[in-house]
Design a protein around this ligand. Structure first.
Ligand code: ZN
Ligand code: ZN
Ligand code: FE
Length: 331
């Protein structure tokens, strides 16, 4: 592929006080290409022997040497260069599958690579936040089906994280305890929404879930990021990620699309002792055939409406989890 020039900038939304990444070149990225898979072994970037692989994103939204902005706005608008790094983690040489289809050792390797990239990218001066995520399924808009995750190293703390940081910091000030540890305690005491619990992790439907089959995974120990996790905890996390994804695929007996995100502490070297890392899953389905949309009320007003009770959905997920565990253990 010939070298592409990037048209990129960060535009400030003064009303919502949020950055928007304008990446004009991304309009031309391949959409579900019918040709050879760029992540299967043997292509130019995937030569040699490997299990997991980190590749630069060929259509990055943020780059290490961003061009000067192409717009020159007047206040109240403002613009910045789009500093950052976008990477792809190819999780296996095998073209099809979900995290639950990979071996335990393979998922562990993925987690280790996440931890390594988090540290490596986070150590760069222009990176304030390392965001790790996985989009799965055409309903989510995934353009390449080969199992992969992505990393966005941001030059700012994304608003959703900033909100969680503010609430957990204020909660810590007021109560002297971690908000997430207390959420975990409340979930365990109630118990109705816990889908799966392992030695070091708890997977549950949050009390105020927004997406029908939303699941959050919390480490039981108070840790801020993956590098703080022990060997055993990482093994356990790999297992739980397999269990959650297998649970989703057992729910309606088809490969359920989802978004998986890691929420870890920022890498701007401030103290975030009050924050507790966790993983969130948002599947868009509300039924076998129906999708939940962020529509007028959700998107336009920012208020989510959850049909049915989260406790009922948690029951369904628990039943699916039982089936999934039998399958996983027979693998
Ligand atoms: Zn492939
Ligand atoms: Zn905590
Ligand atoms: Fe979160």
């Amino acid at each position: 592929m010939e070298k592409m020039s990037f048209e990129l900038e960060l535009r400030w939304n003064p009303l919502l006080r949020e950055w928007v990444i304008v990446a004009a070149h991304r309009h031309f990225r391949p959409w579900q290409p019918k040709t050879v898979c760029p992540f299967c072994p043997g292509s130019e970037e995937t030569k040699g022997k490997w299990n997991v692989l980190v590749l630069p994103n060929r259509f990055p939204s943020l780059v290490e040497n961003p061009p000067p902005p192409f717009s020159s706005p007047k206040p109240p608008y403002k613009v910045e260069r789009a500093y950052g790094i976008c990477e792809v983690i190819v999780e296996t040489p095998i073209h099809e599958g979900d995290l639950c289809d990979l071996s335990q050792e393979n998922v562990r390797k993925v987690i280790d690579l996440f931890a390594e990239r988090y540290q490596k990218l986070g150590s760069k001066s222009f990176v304030k936040y390392v965001f790790i995520f996985r989009n799965k399924g055409a309903a989510i808009g995934v353009s390449l089906h080969h199992p992969h995750s992505q990393i966005y190293a941001f030059p700012f703390i994304p608003p959703r994280i900033e909100k969680e940081l503010r609430s957990s910091s204020e909660y810590f000030e007021k109560h002297g305890r971690c908000l997430f540890c207390d959420v975990l305690k409340a979930e365990k005491e109630d118990g109705k929404r816990i889908v799966y619990e392992s030695r070091y992790m708890v997977a549950f439907v949050p009390y105020s879930a927004m997406w029908p089959y939303e699941i959050h995974v919390y480490p039981k120990r108070h840790v801020g990021s993956l590098p703080e996790m022990s060997e055993e905890e990482r093994d356990d996390l790999a297992w739980v990620l397999r269990v959650v994804t297998a649970t989703y695929n057992s729910l309606f007996d088809f490969s359920l699309p989802y978004i998986m995100v890691f929420h870890q502490i920022p890498t701007d070297d401030k103290d975030y002792g009050f924050y507790h890392m966790h993983i969130e899953f948002y599947p868009p389905h509300r039924d076998r055939e129906k999708l939940k949309y962020a529509a007028g009320v959700e998107w336009g007003a920012g208020v989510f409406i959850y049909d049915r009770k989260p406790e009922t959905r948690a029951e369904e997920l628990k039943a699916a989890c039982k089936k999934a565990l039998m399958k996983l253990k027979n693998q």
